[in-house]
Write a protein that binds this ligand. Structure first.
Ligand SMILES: [Zn+2]
Ligand SMILES: [Zn+2]
Length: 269
């Protein structure tokens, strides 16, 4: 299993998840793997470029999964799905809250009651999260005995999160802002309240608290994601998460996703 980022942050998100039997160190091949894209907050041209940067053609994708209707996640989904005939997995709430220009030309696969989905080789476990969207979902992906969990756009540490995310092999975790920087930022008061509120985004500090409860020595990677360009710095996200990973000897497993480059393929063995 492996994952890669097309870009991460409020200007656009996209995560590739691939499972399959391709040779170690090679890129996923279409014939023996299943690759899905989670969210696409980029224009069609930009999405194609970013997918190509990771050695893939969008036609090799099996599906697009959408987490919620905010434009940094769904903004580019329709055009990419239509051009390449890709099914779109999403909740009915996300579907209702998104403005589709030609819904009849799209293949929607509805996730009802956060039920598990089988997409090719990947088993997908959607789960609910607290965020200011209609029916947001995040996902855990399983292939054979390995699991990758995604957690971004989350307002607070709800009790079920630690349970859903236990025993992961790879984790992508939102580190949206540093509380002090958000406090001091030039954002309007209402926006600060939204971001820091119970249905906004995770601070470095809350991300560290979640990680503390789910980290274990078998965790192969932790990717800090959705960092605010204004209210966070890679060094601050690192400073929050490293003390949690250090006692487990995992500091070298920490990666920081960025808006422009996302992150390169990371293998889960
Ligand atoms: Zn977002
Ligand atoms: Zn959002």
């Amino acid at each position: 299993m492996r994952l890669a980022g097309l870009g991460s942050g409020s200007a656009g998100n996209g995560i590739l998840i691939a499972a399959g039997s391709s040779q170690p160190d090679s890129l996923p091949r279409a014939d023996s793997t299943t690759t899905v894209l989670v969210d696409c907050g980029f224009t069609l041209k930009e999405a194609e470029l970013r997918i190509a940067r990771h050695g893939l053609d969008p036609a090799q994708l099996e599906a697009i999964l959408v987490t919620h209707e905010h434009s940094d996640h769904v903004g580019g989904v329709e055009r990419l799905a239509r051009k390449y005939g890709l099914p779109i997995y999403l909740t009915r709430g996300t579907w209702l809250a998104t403005r589709w220009s030609k819904p009849d030309a799209l293949n929607f696969q509805f996730i009802e009651g956060y039920a598990a989905q089988q997409i090719g080789l990947l088993t997908v476990f959607p789960y609910a999260i607290p965020h200011d969207a209609r029916e947001p979902a995040q996902y855990v992906f399983r292939y054979q005995d390995k699991q990758i969990g995604l957690l971004t756009d989350v307002g607070h540490y709800a009790p079920h999160l630690a349970q859903v995310l236990q025993a992961l092999d790879g984790l992508l975790l939102e580190c949206n802002h540093e509380l002090a920087l958000l406090d001091e930022s030039s954002y309007p008061a209402r926006l600060k309240q939204r971001i820091g509120g119970r249905f906004g985004h995770l601070s470095n500090c809350t991300a560290a608290a979640i990680l503390r409860d789910i980290a274990h020595s078998g965790l192969q990677c932790v990717i800090a994601a959705h960092l605010s360009q204004e209210n966070n710095r890679p060094a601050l996200a690192r400073a929050a998460l490293e003390p949690v990973l250090a006692p487990l000897g995992l500091t070298d497993r920490l990666h920081i996703a960025c808006q422009e480059q996302g992150f390169d393929w990371i293998k889960i063995q």
